[in-house]
Design a binder for this molecule. Structure first.
Ligand code: NAD
Length: 247
């Protein structure tokens, strides 16, 4: 039995995680915490793993506190940058038995789409990423899109591929989107959407589109539960659920 605490338990994702943990035969929900609660309650309740789906402004502080409390962490909150990740990795050196998994996307299809995009990117002259989300999302581009673009950029560098061609010299309004590691990323916010991503790959005379759609937050739960099951066996910092899967 794994004793689990959920942080951000009153949020859209947190509520879903609470339900998923309660429905898992190998897990017990021992704490459901939200803003204003003290994380020490998770330790007092006997949690060995905590799941964080909160907000970008607080997630890093939560993870440092969980490390101090001796609790493994599975983190879905987005907004992490390289410096914040490095601080967590450094902190974990003081507690080498603990594992922290930070995954920008827990949907198995999204993880596969990232993997397929990186595999394809070396064979195409042009590649751009479009992420599409509900309009209540506070950060852009999404963590998934950033992670996807970074994976594509790494694959292209390894293959000696030049950045995608682009003759634009005048773009005062930023219509060409963000640049993540030399890969263009576009963010759409539209009522009715949940979480979607398209990777467009272009060559002379052909296009490959890799698209993933999360229609419901339930799509993230198998990945979250996999993370909770495995995090104690993966000490140190892991970024991306793909490292816990046999792909
Ligand atoms: P939400 O706003 O519905 O929920 C956030 C919750 O965190 C709220 O209940 C809020 O009160 C709580 N909170 C704020 N500060 C807190 C604190 N200090 N301690 C404890 N709780 C606190 O947001 P959401 O839609 O559930 O998304 C949460 C995060 O998860 C976002 O960053 C989102 O982008 C991300 N997300 C990740 C994935 C993934 O697969 N990795 C999937 C969907 C969403």
């Amino acid at each position: 039995m794994i004793n689990v605490a959920v942080i951000g338990a009153a949020g859209r994702m947190g509520r879903q995680v609470v339900e998923a943990v309660e429905g898992h035969p190998g897990m017990t929900l021992v704490a459901a915490l939200d803003a204003g609660d003290n994380l020490a309650q998770a330790a007092q309740a006997g949690a060995t793993v905590a799941v964080d789906f909160t907000v970008p402004a607080v997630t890093e502080a939560n993870v440092h506190e969980l490390i101090d409390l001796g609790i493994h962490a599975v983190v879905g909150t987005t907004g992490w940058d390289a410096d914040a990740l490095a601080r967590v990795a450094e902190h974990l050196t003081q507690r080498p038995e603990l594992g922290v998994l930070i995954a920008p996307n827990f949907a198995l299809g999204a993880v596969l789409a990232m993997r397929f995009s990186a595999a394809a990117a070396r064979y195409f002259e042009s590649v751009e990423v479009i992420e599409l989300h509900h309009p209540d999302k506070v950060d852009a581009p999404s963590g998934t899109a950033t992670h996807t673009a970074q994976g594509i950029a790494r694959a292209r560098r390894e293959a000696g591929r030049a950045p995608s061609p682009d003759a634009t010299t005048h773009d005062p309004l930023g219509a060409r989107g963000a640049l993540v590691d030399d890969v263009r990323v576009h963010a759409v916010r539209l009522r009715g959407l949940v979480a979607h991503e398209e990777v467009l790959l272009g060559n002379p005379g052909e296009q490959l589109t890799i698209r993933h759609d999360s229609f419901d937050r339930i799509s993230f739960m198998p990945g979250v539960l996999e993370g909770v099951s495995q995090v104690a066996r993966h000490p140190g910092l892991t970024v991306g659920l793909e490292h816990f899967l046999e792909l």
